[in-house]
Design a protein around this ligand. Structure first.
Ligand code: ATP
Ligand code: MG
Length: 750
């Protein structure tokens, strides 16, 4: 080793440096936001390469997103000077899983060119299996089962492992059989689903100690970022790779056998293991994927799982101002379920702005004001748009910002998901509206003719296409004509007749019914809304919110056609990776990122904390929401601007909202409540310079005329933050299901 400290080490504090230099044995870095955990991992890779301890191909590094993997690769390159010659094993759990699986597919019964099913294929397949069992697939929806299986796979459970109660919960006790049948069917199709990308490698490693031993020899160093959000399957996978039997005798395979027996956490069958050079970093306060099966226990148990582990804590935050840090630390201290840590910064500066809390009238004003604040920072402070981000709790909130920014000509990009109008459910709904306004729109018709599933097979649809082409008529016209001929079997004929007559009826209503009402009616009568109401996947409630938001966004347009024209224009704006643009994303996808200025809109009860988590009851849902708030605040380097509004207008009806309890949990010393600067006025006493919590605001809200209108419109509903999520006449009796409380969509992964 050289005598001179390499540059990349010189910039680290002593604890960080210890974490980088402790290359041998298990190491856990457990530390708060912005303390340099990711930087430690990156530097550690550079250090290992620099000392020649391993080749790039001998390092396994797991990040939470593909984007994070790319960034890490670039940074390592910068640190070691020059491009890193491929880090083939730097990626997400899934991307690494698929790579391992391709190499040994035969050993688990697949061919190496196996396909990875998308959700649609998966659902279709499950449905066939359910029907083959002579079960009613309305009573036992395929999506529900897909979600159950996903939960099992997150826990690393194969069909024989699932608990009796779980197996009984679906289809009169056929859960286990169906799961097994599904796996068998996938094999026959040479396919696997997303969960299998981890399940198969786990099975492979257990059944083939020789293959596992090959990886043990290969991976000299293993590194994992965001360890607090690993689920059981990821944990098992990692442990198989990281722990190897002591005094391994490859030839006899004996110890390998016992390792194969190691079936679940904790059951080591009496073998002692040596741990490879494993370094995990994470923060229990940032565990935000519990709803998808992540187990924060994994990080809390690290030193038991990997005996002799070095645990390093980092306490100095390099990212945020003292105000931001003070606000975040104070907020997260309200959680009981945490280890608790100290965070400090040396960078306190009297000039630093406090965390701002802004009040707005409604979401439209919120979007307008944030747009203006962005332009202001850009003009006055010469801020790049790239340095600013808007972090929302629910994806439906993005729509208002996107529309506003398009109008303003402000560049934005949506990170971690499609833009609002590009979301699957929004596109589906738009396809319905397009067909109603423009029956010759074949693309739109094709998209939704069998969505929701109406039992129209590919063969039928092909016949309709042929017919249309032969006679040069639109698809919908062809469908209408064919519904009257003998060419089709009675069932598809009846279905087509119904679809065509529905569209005809809706088109006729265009002239007489208000377009927002018609839009709701179309989504209702077509069964499209219902399809998502019956869906038990974790995404379904968000999709329903997006549909509601879509209808709401039409209000400012005169008619359905003028709205569709607006959408076409919005969709045309470019998303260019190079351009200077404000980022819009969910709090969940903001993990690990940082921005000079962060806007946090929608801090209202029912939205944030989200109703779904509150309905879960108990502490855990709320605490996960609070961790999300902590993640949001700690993304900011210099400025954090929080917003809440007194009214969220949900498809035309005013819903009064209550400021988030999280606002009350911010320390006064680090927060500035901004003067309400609203064109609507009517704030009563609100906007006083002192932040005095929700009650003053609530009082003000009660005296505003808008509120009274809302109250009248909502007679019969309790106007708390709660009612904002559902009981508002959107779909009458069905609103119960939009209200998230049911069926554990949020819990499904646990
Ligand atoms: P999170 O919990 O949000 O993922 P983290 O602990 O991974 O945060 P990093 O993203 O690694 O933190 O670092 C936060 C910021 O602090 C980055 O901009 C990083 O470059 C900077 N930083 C970290 N350590 C140092 C240091 N020793 N000197 C200067 N800057 C540092
Ligand atoms: Mg990080």
């Amino acid at each position: 080793r050289g005598t001179r400290t390499p540059d990349y080490l010189a910039g680290l504090n002593p604890e960080q440096r210890a974490a980088v230099e402790a290359t041998e044995g298990p190491v856990l870095v457990l530390a708060g936001a912005g303390t340099g955990k990711t930087r430690v991992l990156t530097t550690r890779i550079a250090h290992i390469l620099n000392l020649g301890l391993a080749f790039p191909s001998q390092i396994l590094a797991v990040t939470f997103t593909n984007k994070a993997a790319r960034e890490m690769k670039n940074r390592v390159g910068l640190l070691v000077g020059g491009a890193v010659e491929g880090m083939p094993w730097l990626g997400t759990f899934h991307s690494i899983g698929v790579k391992i699986l391709r190499r040994h597919a035969e050993l688990v019964g697949l061919k190496s060119n196996f396909t990875i099913l998308d959700t649609d294929d998966q659902i279709r397949l499950i449905k066939q299996l359910i029907q083959a069992e002579n079960l009613d697939d309305k009573r036992w929806p395929a999506r529900t089962f897909a979600n159950m299986m996903d939960g099992w796979k997150n826990k690393g459970l194969t069909p024989k492992d699932i608990p009796e109660g779980d197996a009984r919960a679906f289809a009169n006790g056929k859960g286990r059989e169906l799961y097994a049948a599904y796996q068998a069917r996938l094999m026959a199709l040479n396919a696997c689903d997303f969960g299998d990308l981890l399940m198969h490698p786990i099975a492979l490693f257990r059944a083939h100690p020789d293959v596992l031993a090959e990886y043990h020899r290969r991976f000299k160093y293993i590194l994992v970022d965001e360890y607090q959000d690993t689920n059981v399957a990821q944990y098992l996978w990692l442990r198989l790779l990281a722990q190897r039997p002591k005094q391994r005798d490859d030839a006899s395979g004996k110890i390998g056998q016992s390792q194969a027996l190691m079936s679940a956490k904790g059951s080591d069958a009496g073998v002692s293991y040596a741990t490879v050079n494993l370094c995990c970093v994470g923060d229990d306060d940032q565990s935000i994927y519990g709803w998808r099966g992540a187990e924060v226990d994994n990080i809390l148990r690290f030193d038991k799982d990997f005996p002799g582990a070095t645990v390093i804590r980092l306490e100095r935050n390099y990212r945020s101002t003292a105000h931001i840090l003070g606000a975040a630390s104070h907020l997260i201290a309200h959680n009981e379920d945490r280890l608790g840590k100290t965070l400090f910064t040396d960078a306190a500066n009297p000039e630093d702005p406090k965390v701002e809390v802004n009040a707005g009238w409604d979401s439209e004003e919120e979007a307008r004001a944030i747009g203006e604040a962005i332009e202001d920072l850009q003009r006055r402070e010469n801020h790049n748009l790239n340095d600013m981000a808007i972090l929302v709790r629910a994806s439906f909130q993005m729509r208002e910002f996107e529309d506003r920014f398009v109008t303003m000509g402000l560049n934005y990009r949506v990170i971690g998901g499609p833009r609002f109008y590009e979301r699957m459910e929004v596109r589906d709904a738009l396809a319905y509206f397009r067909c109603v306004c423009q029956p010759a729109d074949d693309l739109a018709f094709d998209r939704i003719v069998n969505t929701p599933k109406r039992g129209l097979g590919d063969a039928t649809i092909r016949l309709v296409h042929d017919y249309a082409r032969a006679r040069a008529v639109p698809l919908i016209a062809a469908a209408g004509e064919m519904a009257e001929t003998e060419e089709l079997k009675p069932k598809p004929r009846a279905t087509l007749r119904r679809v065509v007559s529905d569209f005809r009826r809706w088109s006729e209503l265009l002239a007489t019914v208000k377009h927002t009402e018609l839009a709701e009616q179309i989504l209702e009568e077509s069964g499209y809304t219902e399809m998502w109401q019956n869906d038990r996947s974790a995404e379904a409630p968000g999709r329903l919110e997006n549909l509601k938001e879509l209808v709401r966004s039409m209000e400012q347009y005169e008619s359905l056609p003028s709205f569709l024209e607006h959408v076409a224009l919005v969709m045309d704006t470019e998303q260019n990776a190079e351009m200077d643009a404000v980022s819009i994303m969910t709090l969940h996808s903001a993990k690990g990122l940082e921005f000079e200025t962060v806007f946090l809109p929608g801090w209202e009860e029912g939205l944030f904390p989200h109703q779904r988590s509150l309905d879960e009851g108990g502490r855990s849902g709320l605490e996960e929401e609070r961790r999300l708030a902590y993640v949001g605040l700690t993304r900011g380097k210099r400025r954090v601007k929080i917003w809440f509004v007194s009214n969220r207008r949900i498809h035309g009806l005013w819903q009064s909202t209550i400021p988030s309890r999280f606002l009350d949990e911010l320390p006064e010393a680090h927060v500035e409540v901004m003067e309400a600067n609203t064109s609507y006025g009517g704030y009563g006493g609100y906007g006083a310079s002192r932040w005095d919590g929700a009650s003053a605001f609530k009082e003000a809200a009660y005296t505003t005329p808008g509120w009274r209108r809302a109250q009248a419109a909502n007679a019969g509903f309790t106007n708390t933050g709660k009612s904002g999520r559902g009981g508002d006449g959107w779909s009458g009796g069905r609103s119960r299901e939009i209200n998230y409380g049911e069926g554990g969509t949020a819990r499904a992964g646990r």
